[in-house]
Design a protein around this ligand. Structure first.
Ligand SMILES: [Zn+2]
Length: 191
């Protein structure tokens, strides 16, 4: 494994951790959203340091949680942070074309999608989400554990991508899980 790539991955994870710590301590997003950074990201192109796959829940805003500004995070959000073809294609684009090295699948506590999946069927297209979650949490009655199993399931889906797998094997990409706490604002990283 290339040591330099490993350093980039570790630095990206540390940046996520420090960004979150800053958010918890200051209750502010200190990310750069200036005209200068907007211009720079257009002229030089975007180089997001991390992909964050998370829930659409309005209480889980990734840029705030990681004190990130423009051009820093490549964000994919679905209710229950479930992964399908569109999401997988988006992640492949980030790691394959933008050079992003870290993919964080971040679930959260009090996740309505996981709770609904535990309770049974929903209506309309919501069922597609619940049916993705249900096999992963089958037999588990603890909500917190179901939320964690759902994070694991999304990671498993991501690892089904040949593109991503080959980058992981080359040491260029790392996929990891995490869980956001709605009350404290802290992210627990599953390393
Ligand atoms: Zn949720």
């Amino acid at each position: 494994m290339c040591e330099k790539k490993q350093d980039v991955i570790e630095a990206a994870i540390e940046r996520l951790q420090k960004g979150n710590q800053n958010f918890v301590e200051t209750e502010k997003n200190n990310g750069d959203v200036s005209q200068m950074v907007r211009t720079k990201n257009v002229e030089e192109g975007q180089k997001p340091y991390a992909v964050v796959v998370t829930c659409s829940d309005s209480r889980v805003p990734p840029e705030h949680i990681f004190s990130a500004g423009i051009g820093e995070l490549f964000v994919i959000r679905t209710a229950g942070n479930v992964i399908g073809d569109f999401e997988l294609g988006s992640i492949e684009y980030a790691v394959g074309h933008l050079g992003t090295t870290v993919v964080l699948v971040m679930g959260h506590n009090h996740c309505g999608a996981v709770a609904a999946a535990m309770q049974g069927h929903g209506h309309g297209h919501i069922n597609a989400i619940l049916e993705e979650i249900q096999p992963a949490i089958e037999g588990e009655e603890n909500v917190g554990k179901c939320e964690n199993l759902n994070i694991d399931n999304s990671i498993k889906r991501i690892l089904q991508s040949e593109t991503i797998n080959s980058l992981i094997n080359a040491g260029s990409v790392k996929v990891l899980g995490g869980k956001y706490n709605l009350e404290s604002g802290a992210v627990e990283f599953f390393m």
